[in-house]
Design a protein around this ligand. Structure first.
Ligand code: SIN
Length: 286
């Protein structure tokens, strides 16, 4: 089948834009090209898509089994009948938030790294976008590792980091979890700080998020100092790219080699995005 698919790397440390396809109807060879572009560029952007929730799920399933939407601050927020779809929104309807994360800043993180098997990918479709703010930034964690001085890389090699399961990236307590601000005892799971990406085999820094993070075997003070040093390199602007959303955008990112954060926006304006989370070859192996 002939295709108009065109891949253009974004002029930056990660990301590529893919044009000329309708994600609701793609061939196997188009899927293969998208998959390779995603592995090579860590994040891909497709504009002007018109997808139903079922289309979003169908495409996401080509990448692997889907995770259900995570438990959020005020209970599950997913689309009725589609537990795989996580709604990111500040919109309140009938006195209830229709989604998660509100209108505030969401700090740097990688999705659901507090699980033993975090999702390898997240795919977000933009339904409503405010005129100003709410931009999402991505940073390249292969390059973050390269930015660390050799001595620091050697120091952290073999260490494991606890990824906190208490708070989400918007700073909200997850439902059913106790509010504990001691990183040593808070809920979470350990992953190696330096991993190798299971599909590209490239070494990568795996940080998750800063709040309540804790490096196994160190005192809290030692752990905090070392983490602050690592984080001072990890989100440097030279390895990050900011995406200004338009309605119809689809962004697919690789949680194993990127982190992302989101700017705040005017809470009087509406922002609605639907996200899937894809399991499979998820945990970066050391
Ligand atoms: C997220 O998945 O962390 C939210 C990203 C966004 O709101 O742009």
């Amino acid at each position: 089948m002939a295709t108009n698919l065109k891949i253009t790397p974004i002029n930056g440390p990660l990301g590529a834009e893919i044009c000329g396809i309708n994600l609701a109807n793609i061939s196997d060879s188009e899927f293969e090209a998208i998959h390779l572009a995603w592995l090579d560029n860590c994040v891909i952007l497709l504009r002007g898509q018109e997808l139903t929730d079922q289309d979003l799920i169908n495409f996401s399933k080509r990448l692997g089994t889907l995770d259900f939407a995570p438990v959020q601050e005020t209970g599950r927020r997913f689309v009725k009948g589609y537990p795989e779809i996580y709604v990111i929104s500040n919109v309140i309807e009938n006195g209830q938030p229709i989604g998660s994360l509100g209108a505030g800043e969401a700090v740097w993180h990688t999705d659901m790294s507090y699980l033993e098997e975090p999702p390898k990918a997240s795919m977000v479709y933009a339904l409503e976008i405010p005129p100003v703010g709410g931009k999402t930034y991505f940073c390249n964690m292969y390059k973050a590792l390269e930015l660390l001085p050799n001595s620091l890389q050697t120091r952290i090699n073999g260490l494991r980091l606890k990824h906190d399961g208490t708070y989400n990236s918007g700073g909200y307590l997850r439902e059913g979890v106790e509010a504990i601000d001691d990183p040593v005892t808070s809920e979470g799971v350990y992953h190696p700080l330096i991993c190798s990406h299971p599909e590209t085999n490239r070494p990568v820094l795996y940080l998750g998020r800063r709040r309540n993070a804790y490096i196994e075997g160190l005192t809290l003070d030692e752990s905090d100092k070392l983490l602050d040093e690592i984080w001072s390199y990890a989100t440097h602007e030279e390895i990050a790219w900011g995406h200004k959303w338009m309605v119809g955008d689809v962004v697919l990112w690789d949680n194993r080699c990127t982190m992302h954060k989101r700017d705040s926006f005017n809470p009087e304006t509406r922002r609605v995005l639907h996200r899937t989370q894809i399991k499979g070859q998820t945990r970066p192996s050391a």
